[in-house]
Design a protein around this ligand. Structure first.
Ligand code: SF4
Ligand code: SF4
Length: 374
């Protein structure tokens, strides 16, 4: 890990769900509250802020200028922002994102620049637009200090990407205690791949989009018994903050209260004691027990599907719904994770079920998925 990365505190401020003045308008960021959140975070020693070209339709980057850049010396913070080339129509527009982001934030350079959500069919757009060479060129020009990419794909994909792009300064991955041994997300295996390539990891979704902050009572019980005063979400952050090869862990903050809770974690994020680790293991076991589709992500079913249905991804989302009991949250994930082959494309030919070593009733689950999420 670069020496300058070592000094970055292990909790970063995610600016994708900032407080709003008008809940129906994503651009109406409550900048005054955001300033107080920034102050609480900075006062506790925080320095890393994460935004993106598209967060709050561009208003997140602008609010960062007001709440952070114009109020603190440049060497007191680092900023990360991102380009979603796969959602952009032309190379020129994708490459112009960097200039726009810098202008919006009032910065001469950005500390961390990410090619965002690489993987699957999206990688081709980054290739087509020459984004890999672009970030290296801008790094040479001094506009980008460090470049990397984020992805939600599996460990083999990460391995291939890091092999193809060994100059990446960091990667951003979805890691949390629920996905640690998940056969689809493969968080543990992805962390191992990053470590093997010597590339540090920024962790995203440490609380699974907030779901690990609102656990069913049966899951929360061992955690509450082990530490009645700790917010449930603190277990999720501590799990990630104490993993090796972590650059920082992003926490999307929406309220001053959350910023203050995180400030407390920044001041004291000790590793789990043996008793705490046992309590977390117990909670994870209960949580996993709530899922009941035994898909192992072997992907035998996908090969012969004439409709290109993304079966394992959809079954993983069905399990996530069972675990979190939050259909709306999973529906949001489904809208893009299942987009290449949604459940409703299934024509019930049965080819997948014939291949499934787990004898899963795939067709029936796909019907349910279409009903729940489409
Ligand atoms: S049953 Fe549906 S999901 Fe399975 S192979 Fe046929 S079309 Fe694909
Ligand atoms: S074949 Fe069965 S176990 Fe394997 S990925 Fe498909 S549904 Fe899951």
């Amino acid at each position: 890990m670069k020496p300058e990365f070592e000094s970055i505190p292990k909790l970063g401020f995610g600016c994708m769900r900032l407080p709003l003045l008008d809940a129906t308008d994503q651009t109406s960021i409550d900048v005054e509250q955001f300033k107080q959140m920034v102050d609480a975070f900075m006062e506790a020693g925080g320095t890393y802020f994460d935004t993106a070209f598209v967060y709050h339709e561009g208003a997140s980057e602008k609010a960062l200028k007001e709440a952070l850049v114009q109020r603190y010396p440049r060497d007191a913070f680092t900023v990360a922002t991102k380009c979603l080339a796969w959602a952009i129509d032309s190379k020129e527009e994708a490459q112009s994102n960097l200039t726009t982001s810098l202008e919006r934030m009032g910065l001469d350079y950005v500390d961390f620049y990410l090619l965002h959500n690489v993987g699957g069919g999206r990688t081709a757009k980054f290739d087509e637009y020459g984004m890999w060479d672009f970030v290296k060129q801008k790094q040479e020009e001094g506009l980008i200090k460090n470049w990397g990419f984020s992805m939600h794909a599996d460990a083999d994909t990460l391995d291939a990407l890091l092999t193809a792009h060994p100059d990446a300064d960091f990667v951003q991955l979805q890691v949390n205690y629920l996905d640690w041994d998940d056969p689809v997300v493969q968080a543990r295996a992805c962390m191992d791949v990053a470590a093997r390539h010597g590339v540090p990891v920024v962790i995203m979704e440490p609380a699974r989009g907030g779901r690990l902050a609102e656990l069913p009572e049966s899951v929360a019980a061992p955690l509450v018994a082990a530490d009645p005063d700790a917010p449930l979400v603190s277990w999720a952050y501590r799990f990630c903050m104490n993993l090796p090869n972590v650059l920082t862990v992003l926490s999307g903050m929406s309220t001053l209260e959350q910023a203050r809770e995180n400030a407390a974690l920044l001041r004291e994020s000790r590793p789990f004691s043996p008793d705490e680790q046992r309590a977390l293991d117990e909670a994870v076991e209960v949580l996993r027990g709530l899922a009941n589709i035994p898909c192992t992500n072997c992907r035998y079913c996908v090969k012969d599907c004439p409709q290109g249905v993304v079966i394992p991804e959809i079954l993983a989302l069905m399990n996530l719904e069972l675990m979190t009991k939050n259909r709306d949250f999973v529906k949001g994930l489904y809208s893009w994770q299942a987009a290449p082959g949604p459940a409703s494309k299934c024509i019930a030919c049965g080819a997948c079920e014939a291949m499934c070593p787990q004898s899963i009733n795939i067709i029936q689950h796909l019907e349910e998925a279409a009903e729940h999420f489409e």
